[in-house]
Every structure is written in C-alpha cells, then in structure tokens.
Design a protein around this ligand. Structure first.
Ligand code: THU
Length: 129
C-alpha cells in the first residue's frame, strides 16, 4: 500500500462526521514529507471542511505552498470525487499536471490532475488582468 494511501486511511479514522457519517481521508506529499487530514463537520453544516482541504491546509500551515501529490479516499462505489471548492483549492497549490489520486477503501483508484479536475480554474494571474 502506498505511503499516501496509508496516511490518508489513518487520517480518515479521525474524520468528525456526526451528520453525514461519511468519512474521508486525504494525504499530501511535498518532497518526502506527508501531511494528512480528514473531513470535519459542524452543526452549522456549511462550515464543514473536506478532507482534501484539511490535508492541504496542514501542509500550507507548515510553510509549504508548492505541493507535489495528493490522494483522497472514502467508502464510495468508485474513486471518490472531490467537490468543487476542493478542486479550486487544489488548483491553488499543485502544479496543473500534478498527480491527484482518487481512491476508495475497496481498492479502486484513478489518477488525474488539477487541470483535468478544474479546467479554467480562477487563478492568481486573473487578479492582475
Ligand atoms: N467530503 C470530503 O471530505 N471530500 C470529498 O471529496 C467529498 C465530500 C466530505 C464533506 C462532508 O463532510 C461529507 O464528505 C459529505 O459530503
């Protein structure tokens, strides 16, 4: 099992999901460092944070803003699909051609890229037009 998958599965154990009961884990690689995160929900539902953003924000909080790789995992029929907000956040911190692995607990996985997940993402460059 890959290091990222192991880290994401471990983080998923800490998912705080009293409302959806849908636990998600994610892990980010930057060089040889790994950061992980789970989804964290709130009684005010809209404040819930996805696993992808938890993992990415852990890496950014540790001082890394150029991330290399991400894996996200949940108990879904096929590989889990990141929400729109997470696709935008992924596009902020990963190269357009970075490896993003979508996985599920039963062993399916699909490799994609930030560019494929969100073509035409709003970016830093758009602010300077
Ligand atoms: N969720 C994630 O953490 N990542 C995804 O890729 C899909 C959705 C979370 C948000 C919420 O806590 C729960 O899954 C149900 O939507």
């Amino acid at each position: 099992m890959s290091v990222l998958r192991t880290a994401a599965l471990a983080a998923r154990e800490n998912a705080y999901v009293p409302y959806s009961h849908f636990a998600v884990g994610a892990a980010v690689r930057v060089g040889d460092r790994i950061f992980s995160g789970a989804n964290i929900e709130n009684a005010s539902y809209g404040l819930s944070n996805c696993a992808e953003r938890s993992a990415i924000f852990a890496a950014v909080s540790a001082g890394y803003t150029k991330l290399d790789e991400l894996l996200v995992i949940a108990d879904t029929e096929g590989p889990v699909s990141p929400c729109g907000a997470c696709r935008q956040v992924i596009s902020e911190f990963f190269p357009a051609d970075a490896v993003i692995t979508l996985a599920n607990v039963r062993g399916d996985s699909h490799q994609t890229t930030p560019q494929a997940l969100l073509p035409g993402a709003f970016s830093k460059g758009d602010l300077n037009a």
